[in-house]
Design a protein around this ligand. Sequence first.
Ligand SMILES: C[S@@+](CC[C@H](N)C(=O)[O-])C[C@H]1O[C@@H](n2cnc3c(N)ncnc32)[C@H](O)[C@@H]1O
Length: 228
Amino acid sequence: MDYQNTAKLYHGDCLEFLQSIPSSSVDAVITDPPYSINTKSDGSGKLNPWADRVNAAFWYREWMSQARRILKPTGCLWSFLNWRSMVTFQKAADDIGWPIESLLIWDKTFPGVGSMKGLRACYEMVALWANDNFAIPDRGLMDIQRFKWATTKPTGHPAEKPVALIEWLIGICTKPGDVVVDLFAGSGTTAEACIKSGRNFIGSEIDPNWFSYAARRIDAAQAQLSLF
Ligand SMILES: C[S@@+](CC[C@H](N)C(=O)[O-])C[C@H]1O[C@@H](n2cnc3c(N)ncnc32)[C@H](O)[C@@H]1O
């Protein structure tokens, strides 16, 4: 498949989208899945939180093993997570025999809502899975990085991530012209970061409203690029 100058978004389920992608054809998967557990800080609404986590791990296992299939031997997967979803990721990773290689702490330098009784949350995490021939070229990079963030999100997507952080991730593990996939595109942050940094992008988003939003964002980023 020729991905030159590509920025394509598929409207639908990521597992269907993944079926259309050939094995060993992609340089990086950078994604931000739903945590698939009730993350309300008061814990309400949970029938059995452990069952929720185990069920979610079965689904994570599916898309993670497909992500591994489409990656080149030099490729890697980065996925956002928080401490509540960590155990789900850990189970899925153990089930498919693909251990977490690194765990980046994203310091938001901003106190989020957090627990009703505990500490204010000011970090999230991004886990790295590496295929056999992958290595980050800069061996000096550290696993705590600051990207300032605030409650008011530019696109209004409740789980939006900063373009600067995604650009940084893209920059440390791929080169211009490479192919980056985002299975859970949301408002299209990874797509915009790819266009800005000269990477090809393909992704999927299931929600029709966010799909349309991300598609418009892709058009705007490409139009902005063509001005220069
Ligand atoms: C955590 S958000 C991603 C936010 C994104 N990083 C951003 O900056 O806007 C996860 C997204 O995955 C989408 N989603 C959930 N299940 C999906 C599935 N099975 N296939 C594709 N997208 C899915 C949701 O609609 C949601 O927009």
